[in-house]
Design a binder for this molecule. Structure first.
Ligand SMILES: Cc1cc2nc3c(=O)[nH]c(=O)nc-3n(C[C@H](O)[C@H](O)[C@H](O)COP(=O)(O)O)c2cc1C
Length: 254
């Protein structure tokens, strides 16, 4: 069966990829799966300069998903280019780099990394406008029509020869507004959803479990929300929509 698709100009062998940050830069997972079988590899969120994460604990389980507050820790673009990009290139699978504006989280910082990515041998760029665990910046841009439009326009200007995918936060009342903001600013596609802000309390200690109190909830608990938002977003824009959601159903009920 021919499963090939063209996702906003990215030729994929099949429509299956990996959600940013759940797969690192692929090295660890390559021991268990053949990376050439994936439709595309989306890297861990990468910033221009190395970034430390949040104080621990940074992950905890909940009844039907997990909370993380990693804080977008990453080794920075130069390290990625030297160490991970050559490794990923050997699989003949499109590489989409997920990026964000580092600790600054400003529009200028997003533009800086997009400019650098524009000149790399990669197949697409996904900008993460939904980083609830980073103190500065991007969550503020990601939640409104105007904010998403402004930052997407700025990135679009410098990203002249790569598909631009805008990753949206679900922490909004109406997902169609940021979706439209991305489209109107010239994004080639949108992807959603990122994690939903949550919190767990240790009732014995009477304290939050995570080091920075709140984190992003992912996994089976948020899948119905993701499906609803992908449905709403895809009815409000004409550009392609990538659905990011936990992909295992015991009863196969989508
Ligand atoms: C540990 C962890 C790290 C993540 N890191 C990133 C990241 O660097 N950039 C990003 O855009 N999303 C990141 N995400 C969000 C995922 O890409 C995905 O959007 C989210 O987990 C929802 O999908 P899921 O419920 O299928 O996991 C991360 C998620 C987890 C669990």
């Amino acid at each position: 069966m021919n499963t090939e698709i063209d996702f906003c100009g990215i030729k994929m062998k099949n429509p299956v990829t990996v959600a940013s940050g759940t797969f690192g830069y692929g090295r660890g997972h390559s021991q268990f799966i053949d990376l050439s079988k994936l439709g595309a590899i989306i890297t861990k969120g990468t910033s221009m300069r190395p970034k430390l994460g949040n104080k621990p604990p940074r992950i905890c389980e909940t009844n039907s998903g997990m909370l993380n507050a990693i804080g977008l820790e990453n080794p920075g673009l130069d390290y990625f280019v030297e160490n991970d990009l050559p490794f990923l290139k050997q699989f003949n699978t499109p590489i989409i780099v997920n990026c964000f504006g580092g600790a600054e989280g400003t529009i200028e910082a997003y533009v800086e990394i997009c400019e650098a990515l524009n000149n790399l041998e990669i197949d697409g760029v996904e900008i993460n406008l939904s980083c609830p665990n980073v103190k500065a910046g991007c969550l503020a841009f990601g939640t409104t029509y105007e904010g998403v439009k402004e930052i997407t326009s700025a990135c679009r200007k410098v990203l002249t020869n790569k598909p631009l995918i805008v990753k949206l936060t679900p922490n909004v009342t109406d997902i169609t507004l940021p979706a439209k903001g991305a489209e109107d600013a010239g994004a080639d596609a949108i992807s959603l959803i990122n994690t939903i802000t949550g919190m767990k309390i240790d009732i014995e200690k009477r304290k939050p479990v995570l080091g920075i109190n709140t984190g992003g909830l992912s996994g089976p608990a948020i899948k119905p929300v993701a499906v609803r938002m992908v449905y709403q977003a895809s009815h409000s824009v004409k550009i392609p929509v990538m659905g990011l959601r936990w992909n295992y159903d015991r009863r196969r009920c989508n």
